[in-house]
Design a protein around this ligand. Structure first.
Ligand code: TLP
Length: 344
């Protein structure tokens, strides 16, 4: 099977499995797992933050950040297609007692002017803005890179109002590699950043939340409260350390494969393909089968693709490249699309 549904589907490489098998472990709830501690130190150093916390998932990383930054009754400004707003089951309302204030973005980007206009005036009978969240790269928009200049303007506006800014950087390393910039440059000024080890970086499980020492101390409490206190998690952290050492630069291959895929599929008359900025290709089926129908047909031929927007967009597919997909697989996928769509 060629699995293009997500970059979350990667299996640990033999080298990664060895690192996991050999990991030194301890009880991380006591703060005694040396491998978890090393991962957290490495992540903080790489992103340029004081401290970091290993969490089981990206969702937990985002939600812990929201819980620490906000108080119940506040509002969180975010983009209307963002993962936090759309694919995290209203958890911000459930666990943090805050309401989202979604702003319509352009390919995932909200501007400083939009944020300024959405910040509530300081009147006692209005919900106060507790947090702004940005997403880089933006999943639903097709792995788009949040322009650094716009991010800095949003940071300046939010901070001028005393409002913290969290970055859902699930795929921030894809953005850094695509731009050829150190990841620390892209996250400078944010009050917290979550990035996933379990996506393009190829680890089986885990994300990391970065922030100030004080923020992470509180985040550790909230993680435990949510049931995310793990014990001998060094086995998982070892995969993360391995990924940070070996799987960052190779993301460029995924981007190259995504470009190749997009160019190939764009030749098919009934498809409209958004040129990818990183590793996510969005394909609109202008006529012919619906996205679920085409996905089913391709599955029978050995290629897995996912309807976009968690199935809410009946004519759009999302294809994601990652380290278990080769250039050969991409060429084969393009051929199979042609075979299924010839004459449409
Ligand atoms: N995204 C998953 C699905 O939930 C859609 C995927 O396959 O792309 N932020 C962003 C931007 C994400 O794309 C995701 C996962 C998360 C957060 C949550 O990460 P996990 O799945 O580890 O909770």
């Amino acid at each position: 099977m060629i699995d293009l549904r997500s970059d979350t589907v990667t299996k640990p490489t033999p080298g990664m499995r060895r690192a996991m098998a050999e990991a030194e472990v301890g009880d991380d709830v006591y703060g005694e797992d040396p491998t978890v501690n090393r991962l957290q130190e490495r992540a903080a150093e790489l992103l340029g933050f004081e401290a970091a916390l290993f969490v089981p998932s990206g969702t937990m990383g985002n939600q812990v950040a929201i819980a620490v930054h906000t108080r119940p009754g506040q509002e969180v400004i975010l983009e209307a297609q963002s993962h936090i707003y759309n694919v995290e089951m209203a958890t911000l309302a459930r666990f943090s007692g805050v309401q989202p204030r979604p702003l319509p973005g352009q390919r995932g980007v909200i501007t400083a002017d939009q944020v300024r206009a959405a910040i509530r005036p300081n009147l006692y009978y209005l919900a106060q803005t507790g947090l702004v969240c940005l997403e880089n790269t933006h999943n639903a928009a097709g792995g788009t890179i949040f322009p650094l200049g716009v991010a800095r303007e949003v940071l300046a506006v939010a901070h001028a109002h005393g409002i913290p800014v969290h970055l859902d950087g699930a795929r921030i390393f894809n953005a850094a590699v695509a731009l050829g910039l150190p990841v620390s440059e892209l996250v400078r000024g944010f009050d917290s950043v979550m990035f996933c080890l379990s996506k393009g970086l190829g680890a089986p499980v885990g994300s990391v939340l970065c922030g100030s020492r004080e923020f992470i101390a509180e985040a550790r409490r909230v993680r435990k409260a949510l049931g995310g206190g793990m014990r001998q998690a060094g086995i998982l952290a070892a995969a993360g350390l391995y990924a940070l050492a070996h799987h960052i630069d190779r993301l460029a291959e995924d981007h190259e494969n995504a470009r190749l895929l997009a160019e190939g599929l764009a030749q098919i008359p009934c498809l409209s393909v958004t040129p990818p900025e990183t590793n996510i290709v969005l394909v609109e089926i202008v006529r012919g089968p619906t996205a679920p129908e085409l996905a089913e047909r391709l599955k029978r031929r050995g290629v897995l693709v996912a309807p976009a927007g968690a199935g809410t967009e009946p004519r759009k597919l999302r294809l994601v490249t990652h380290l278990d997909v080769s250039r050969q697989d991409i060429l084969r996928t393009i051929d199979l699309f042609w075979e299924e769509l010839r004459g449409v």
